[in-house]
Write a new protein. Structure first.
Length: 158
């Protein structure tokens, strides 16, 4: 695995654009909430650390990852954000349901990006085990929410 033993969530704040006037949406799946709340925390703390004002960080909860694309679309249209981070966690089960939801979620998020021309950052963990999800939501591999927040900042400035 490429990330074995690596924490990829460090960033050089000095190399990032000034984000103080950015308005960022965080759309958060309620499914696997222990993981998605940790991802949200990582994203929010990173945005605040990069000087995004608390009032400009808008949160919307959706029931599950499958609902993230519509939630992101509504966030863009209703809140007029500069970027959205789609936060979800899918963990492999015993059926093909995992494969279908992963595929549909990724495709839906990509479609929103292309249809509305606003960056929608994919922060949906697709792990084989709960432990893998924990490792990527504040554990030994860092916090993918923080990484997604940095990606949002970079994409808004492009």
């Amino acid at each position: 695995m490429a990330t074995a033993g690596k924490n990829l969530s460090f960033y050089d704040k000095a190399s990032l654009p000034d984000a103080r006037n950015f308005k960022i949406g965080l759309v958060v799946s309620e499914w696997n909430s222990e993981i998605t709340e940790a991802l949200f925390d990582g994203a929010e703390l990173t945005l605040l650390d990069c000087k995004v004002e608390k009032k400009n960080i808008i949160r919307l909860n959706v029931p599950g990852s499958f609902e993230l694309p519509l939630g992101c679309k509504r966030m863009i249209l209703e809140e007029k954000v500069d970027a959205v981070v789609a936060i979800g966690s899918l963990i492999q089960g015993e059926t093909k349901h995992f494969d279908f939801v992963c595929s549909a979620t990724a495709q839906g998020i990509m479609d929103v990006n292309l249809q509305l021309d606003i960056p929608v950052i994919f922060c949906v963990l697709t792990d084989n085990t709960f432990q893998q999800a924990k490792d990527r939501s504040g554990g030994k591999h860092g916090n993918k929410g923080a990484e997604a927040a940095i990606a949002a900042i970079k994409m808004v400035s492009r």
